[in-house]
Write a protein that binds this ligand. Sequence first.
Ligand code: T3D
Length: 258
Amino acid sequence: MSDALILTTTDGPVRTLTLNRPQALNSFTGEMHTQLRGALAQAALDEAVRCVVITGAGRGFCAGQDLADTELAADVEDVVERLYKPLALTIRAFPVPVIAMVNGVAAGAGANLALGCDMVIAARSASFIQAFSKIGLIPDCGGTWLLPRLVGRARALGLALTGDKLPAEEAERIGLIWKCVDDAALADTTMALAAKLAAMPVRALAHTRQAMDSALPMDYAAALGQEARVQGEMSRGADFAEGVQAFFAKRPPVFKDR
Ligand code: T3D
C-alpha cells in the first residue's frame, strides 16, 4: 500500500482524491489534512480539472477526526479553526463542482466533509453519523450550518443529538444527500455524473452554488438582485456565447471557462 494519505487519480477532466487511511476508516490526522489541502490546491490550479470527486479507501468514507492523534487533541479549538474550517471553506468555494462518493460509513467531521460537497452519492451500505454528541462535542466541519439547511431543524437536531446512524437510503429519502445507489453501481454512477458535470459550464455551476449559499439569509428582492448581478457576469463569459451558438447550430457545446 502507498504511504500517501491522499491518492490522486485523473480521468480526463475528473480528478479523484481518495482518503487513504483505511485501517482507521480514513479518519483525519494532521498529515492527512495537509495532504488533502495540497491535493485540493493542485486541482483548483489545474485548468484541465473540471470536476473533483472525494472518496475513501477500504470499507469507510471517513470517520472524522482521528481520536488517537494526541497532538491534535491538545488544542481542539485550534484544530477546528486551523484545519477543518479552511477545508470546509475551500470545498464550498471550489472553482469546479465537488462530488462526495461515499463508499462506506461517514462519521463526525467525515459526514460533514461529504455533506459540504456540491453533490453526494452514497453506496447503499454507507451511512452518516453525527458522532460528535457521543463524545461530548458539537457538529463541526460545517455541520451546524449544513444540517438544518439540508433537512430542517427537527431532523438536524434529531441526527446531531442522538448521534444515531442514518443509512444511506434514508439519507436520500430525507434529502440529506443527492442519491443512494447499489454498492456495485457506486463508482460508475459517480464517474458518469462527474463526466457530465465536467462537460458543463463549470464556472456557472460554481456560481450557482455560491449564489444559492449567499441567498439563504437574503430577502427575495436581494436574491433577485444578486441573480441579476451574477447573471450579468456569467453572460459576459465565453461559455454563454458558446451555449447559445451550440443551441442554434444544433451541436453539442464545448465549454471552456473555469
Ligand atoms: O480535534 C478534534 O478532536 C476536534 C475535531 C472533531 C471532529 C470529529 O470528527 S469528532 C468525531 C470523531 N469521530 C468519531 O467519533 C467516530 C468514531 N468511530 C466510530 O464511532 C466507529 O468507528 C464507526 C461508527 C465510524 C464505525 O464503526 P465500525 O464498527 O464499522 O468500525 P470500528 O471497528 O469502530 O473501526 C474500525 C477501526 O477504525 C478501529 O480500529 P481497530 O480496532 O481495528 O484497530 C477503530 O478504532 C478505528 N477508528 C474508527 N474511527 C476512528 C478510528 N480510529 C481513530 N479515530 C477515529 N475517529
